[in-house]
Design a protein around this ligand. Structure first.
Ligand code: SAM
Ligand code: FES
Length: 347
């Protein structure tokens, strides 16, 4: 590793800002061991060895959008569509609660069947049954008043990746009906309502350049999200990007470490996509600075249908039901799974 890279890493670790050129160098160059060691140190200073578990409930794979990268886009006529009833969602929470989960993440496509009333009813029912649990929503772009209603019903966290902060790149990934401007507006609305907000982007999405990634990091600095989710782009065979290469493991890990240094307080998941491109991807993500895992709590028969990309891992050891396997993996990486709501530390 050259001394320039080491100095740059030290500057980030000390909480100093670095130039775009330095950031780009860090994204491109390896310096891996030192970067990872620094990220792990910063993560332990803020969160010790804790890894927070979130139970992920993928409640609908209907979507009115047509993002070019996504396996459940509306034009994928081969997708077997499903939606869970409120009762099925509550059954997932019951099972999750018994397994020790204290955060439920409700994620889905933008499905018009789930009106604001229906979402509010689901959120209130979960909060009523499990007042000690946090409810996180990830249901895409809505208007301010909808977000406000969900918040008042008891949802306290919201995940909405910005996907890419560059409008030109955004247009290459999304059809005309979607706009980066609106996505960003949603994120700032969520913040102003009082949600703990998560954002992020795919690593190695088609046409992504190093300067796009630098812009993503700069956007996150402006937003100051509580949670930051990144994972490799993984191709889906029934999308326009079927033949694009997957995002790289090394770059995703490097970016997790950079994020940990830039956002010491952040909750950073080691994502399913990372576990999909490498058998030990999620453990490597934890070692690189991530501190959250989100095992799948959806009913087993729908898991394969929520297929954002090919070969998604969703049964066996990574499922919520196999908590002991998951805990063993977390311990093998040098950390400890904890059963609490796992709120962000003050920042
Ligand atoms: N509809 C909600 C939204 O737009 O935020 C939540 C569901 S969406 C499928 C969740 C995330 O999946 C997206 O933010 C995107 O980053 C990720 N995703 C979609 N397709 C992917 C792919 N092919 N590879 C990796 N991640 C993907
Ligand atoms: Fe809607 Fe992917 S296109 S969730």
């Amino acid at each position: 590793m050259n001394t320039g890279i080491k100095d740059t890493i030290d500057k980030l670790k000390a909480g100093l800002d670095i130039s775009d050129a330095e950031l780009a160098l860090l994204v491109r160059e390896t310096g891996e061991n030192y970067l990872r060691e620094c990220a792990d140190k910063v993560r332990r200073e803020n969160y010790s060895d804790k890894v927070f578990l979130r139970g992920l409930i993928e409640f609908t794979n209907y979507c009115k959008n047509d993002c070019y990268y996504c396996g459940i886009r509306k034009s994928n006529i081969f997708s077997q569509r499903y939606r869970l009833s409120q009762e099925q969602i509550l059954d997932c929470c019951k099972e999750g609660y018994e397994l020790g989960f204290r955060t439920f993440v409700l994620q889905g496509g933008e499905d018009p069947y789930f009106t604001d009333d229906r979402i509010c009813s689901i959120v209130s029912a979960i909060k009523k049954a499990y007042p000690d649990c946090a409810v996180t929503l990830s249901t895409g772009e809505k208007e301010y008043c909808s977000y406000k209603r969900f918040f008042e019903a008891g949802a306290e966290r919201y995940l909405l990746r910005h996907e890419t902060a560059d409008p030109v790149h955004y247009r290459k990934l999304h059809p005309e009906s979607l706009s980066l401007e609106h996505r960003k507006e949603c994120l700032f609305n969520l913040k102003s309502i009082g949600y703990q907000v998560g954002s992020g982007f795919m690593v190695g999405s088609p046409f992504q350049t190093t300067s796009n990634i630098v812009e993503d990091l700069r956007f996150l600095q402006k937003l100051q999200p509580d949670m930051i989710g990144i994972g490799p782009f993984v191709a889906h065979s029934q999308t326009p990007f079927a033949s694009c290469p997957n995002g790289s493991l090394a770059l995703t890990l490097r970016l997790i470490s950079i994020l940990r240094l830039m956002f010491p307080y952040a909750l950073i998941p080691s994502t399913t996509a990372l576990g999909t491109i490498h058998p030990r991807g999620r453990e490597l993500g934890l070692k690189a600075g991530a501190n959250v895992v989100m095992p799948n709590l959806s009913p087993v028969d729908v898991r394969k249908k929520y297929e954002l990309y090919d070969n998604k891992i969703c049964t066996g050891e990574e499922s919520a039901q196999c908590r002991s396997c998951l805990e063993a993996r977390i311990v093998s990486a040098g950390y400890k799974a904890v059963t609490d709501r796992g709120d962000v530390v003050p920042h």
